[in-house]
Every structure is written in C-alpha cells, then in structure tokens.
Ligand binder design. Structure first.
Ligand code: CTP
Length: 406
C-alpha cells in the first residue's frame, strides 16, 4: 500500500476525533493521507493534530494558493486514489448529493474523478430525515460507497443509527477499495464452513450453539474480494450471502461434512463453523411430551470432525487447511494441541472465556486472535471481524500464490 494515497475530508461532528485514529491506521499501513478539514471540522479537532498524524499539511481554504506546495482544488481532487469523507455530516452529504461547491471540501468532491467513500455521522433524527435519506440514495446512485453509520448511544444522548462507523471498519473498507481490481486468488477455489450446526432431537428441538456465523461470512466475503471462487457451507444463520459467494445451506454436522466433500477439490479450506461435537443417536419421530415418565434420556454420539477429515483427505486434501479454535482457557497450548490433533496447517485461536479478551466475541462484531502454524504464533490486535477476515484472506493469498505478500 506504500504508493496509495487517500484524500481525507474531515467534517464537523463529534466523531471527528475518530478520524484521527483512522489516519493513524492508514499511515501504519503505508497509505499516504492528504487531509482537508472543513471549518466545522476544525471546531472538533485541530489542524495541528490532523496534520501531525497525516504527516501532510492540512488544507482548509479554497482560495489559498500561497505556498509552493499548495495545489488548487482541481489538482487536489485528482491527487489521491480514493476520496474519503469521515465524518460525513448531513450538510456535506447534502452538498455532495446536490453538486453544491462553496468550500474546499465540497468543491473537491464535485471536481474529483476518483472513487468516493463516506462515513456518515449525525443525530439519529437527522439521519432518518427524508431529506438525508434522499441524499443518501442519490449518493449511492452516483457510486459513492457508504460505510455505516452504526447504531448506538450518541453524544447528543439519543439512541439509534447515526454514529460514525468505527475507524477499524472504515479502514477495512478503504483497504478493500484501494485493492479493488487486485485479484490474486482469481482461479482458486476456497471452501469455508461457517455458523453453528443444529442437531435434531425431535421434530421441533435441536442441539446447537451460539455461533452467529459472522466471522465465517466475513472470511468468505474477504476471499471473494480477492478474486477466489468461494463455496460457503453454512449452518443456520440470519446472515445475507456475501456478494460473489456460492452458499450451500446445511443443518447438521453430517450434512456439513457431506457438502464439504462434494465441494472438493479446493485450493484452501477454512473451517470456521462451530460444529456440534455430538448429536442425539436417534431422532424422536414425534415431539417429545412431558408425560409422567420424567425427562427423556438422550444419548449422544460423536459427530464427524470435518476439519480433521479435510486435513487427511489424501490426494483431495486442499493445499492449505485452516481451522479455528474457540478456547476458554490455556489458549495457546490448547490451540497448538488442536493443530497437531487435527492435522491442519494453521489454527486461528480465540479466547471465548469470560475473563479473556474475547469476552463477547461469539455473536459480537470484534475478534482478537492468535494465529498458529508449525513455525510459531502471531497475535493479531483486536479488530472488527471484517478486518480479521481481510487479514486472513491476504495471508491465505500469500500462502497460495508465490510472490504475494500478506
Ligand atoms: N470442527 C470440525 N468438525 C467438528 C468439530 C470441529 O470441523 N466436528 C472444526 C471447527 O470448525 C474448528 C475446529 O474444528 O475449525 C476446532 O473446533 P473446536 O470446537 O474449537 O474444537 P473441538 O474439535 O470441538 O475440540 P475441543 O472439544 O477439544 O475444544
């Protein structure tokens, strides 16, 4: 990303402080940041901190062309690979949607021929107002990529959609946009398992777990973004199929195993599903009634281990097999034992114990993982599941394609 450049327009909103963190993430990834601060934005963050983090002078004035390094709004608008507006206020969105140009930010947005991304941030009523929703539809129609907003408690005391997306999420979308067109995994097939399995007890009851499927779906999406043909074998989830991904719905571990086998050959397999280790040995054909005989005895039998099966599939074994490990204690030791026991190449481990950094990870939007392979362990910082997925997809591309680096 060393040669990539983002033009970042910081609008006026409490969320402007989060844009400082966004700048830090971009700089760390080697992306050059050229900042524009609106007059309202300057009421929330200073040009000094924004410029210092971006390592580039902050532009604010449409009519200042004094210094040698100064460039006009036309040149400025073409000087980046991507224009990002964060926070995008209701006012900035309205101006951009209607082609108004009365300051440096809006003029740059009108003059640019580069892709534009906006991270809206405003009060919930302002966001839901028909005018903003109209402008949003116009901007989307014009090809602007919208990131967020999130739903939650707002600085004004209200609750609802309107909070700017977290810097990590905006960063992930920026990286995806900057990489658009780069498809190192084109022509490769990757199998991903995701979600829980549901093992029937009787026609209305199942044995299942709390997996949301979010991490597996994010990985499938990130792999597809890199050009892979992705087969997503999914247990029951409430999630939408990511663009460009072929989804095969299953319920039980046995169905998941059969669907995985059918999906082979694959260059890589990523087993993210929380597969039920056991299933009732027989399914009661009719709904179990309370009756007088006391609680029914359900005998469990072990399910096939899909990850271990793929790892030992002989000539059908994918070149790279990646497993996940959800642990509540002794994370690294347990994950390393799992790596050996299952015969896979990598284990992505996370601590789902109450005291662990992963508390709330199951079903949550963030993950903090430890990546283990035969050579060692690498701890990744806590990040949104999309960002963890993007990083893993890059690493998979680097492992499969000579010359690619994660
Ligand atoms: N897995 C699988 N099939 C199973 C059980 C697990 O493919 N029947 C895969 C999961 O998708 C994950 C990895 O194995 O990639 C580890 O899952 P986990 O539940 O952490 O491990 P278990 O095999 O259940 O081991 P343990 O009970 O010791 O935690």
């Amino acid at each position: 990303m060393n040669h990539k450049r983002v033009l970042l327009i910081v609008g006026g909103g409490v969320a402007a402080y989060k844009s400082l963190e966004l700048v830090r993430l971009l700089r760390k990834a080697g992306v050059a940041v050229r900042p524009i601060l609106t007059a309202a934005g300057a009421r929330f963050v200073t040009a000094l901190s924004l410029g210092a983090l971006a390592e580039d002078p902050v532009r604010s004035d449409l009519f200042s062309l004094e210094g040698e390094a100064e460039m006009g709004h036309i040149e400025l608008s073409r000087s980046a690979d991507l224009v990002v507006v964060a926070p995008a206020t209701a006012d900035l969105m309205a101006k951009a949607a209607n082609g108004l140009a009365d300051d440096l930010a809006s003029t740059t947005l009108l003059a640019t021929d580069k892709p534009v991304m906006m991270a809206p941030a405003m009060n919930v009523r302002m966001w839901l107002h028909a005018a903003t929703q109209r402008n949003l539809a116009t901007l989307r129609g014009d090809g602007v990529v919208i990131v967020g907003p999130d739903e939650g408690a707002m600085a004004c005391g209200e609750y609802g959609p309107g909070r700017m997306a977290e810097p990590e999420a905006i960063f992930g979308s920026i990286m995806t946009a900057l990489r658009a067109g780069r498809r190192p995994l084109a022509g490769r097939h990757v199998l991903v398992t995701a979600g829980p399995t549901a093992e029937p007890i009787d026609p209305v009851r199942v044995l299942t777990n709390r997996s949301s499927g979010k991490q597996g779906y994010a990985i499938a999406a990130a792999l597809a973004d890199l050009g892979a043909r992705v087969t997503l074998v999914s247990g029951p989830t409430a999630l939408a199929t990511p663009a460009g991904v072929t989804r095969v719905d299953v319920e039980t571990a046995q169905e998941m195993e059969a669907a995985c086998r059918r999906a082979l050959p694959a260059d890589a397999a990523v087993c993210v599903a929380a597969v039920s280790d056991w299933r009732p040995d027989a399914v009661f054909p009719v709904k179990l009634k309370k009756g007088h005989a006391g609680p029914p005895a359900v005998t469990l039998v072990e399910n096939p281990d899909i990850l271990a099966g793929l790892s030992s599939a002989g000539p059908c074994r994918p070149t790279l097999v990646v497993g996940f490990a959800a642990e509540t204690n002794d994370l690294e030791a347990n994950a390393r034992a799992k790596l050996a026991r299952k015969g896979c190449d990598w284990i992505v481990a996370n601590d789902v114990g109450e005291g662990g950094s992963g508390a709330g990870i199951m079903g949550g939007d963030e993950n903090e993982v430890l990546l283990l392979d035969a050579a060692g362990a690498q701890r990744w910082p806590r990040a949104g599941k999309a960002e963890v997925a993007r990083r893993l997809a890059e690493r998979i591309a680097a492992a499969l394609i000579p010359g690619e680096s994660a």
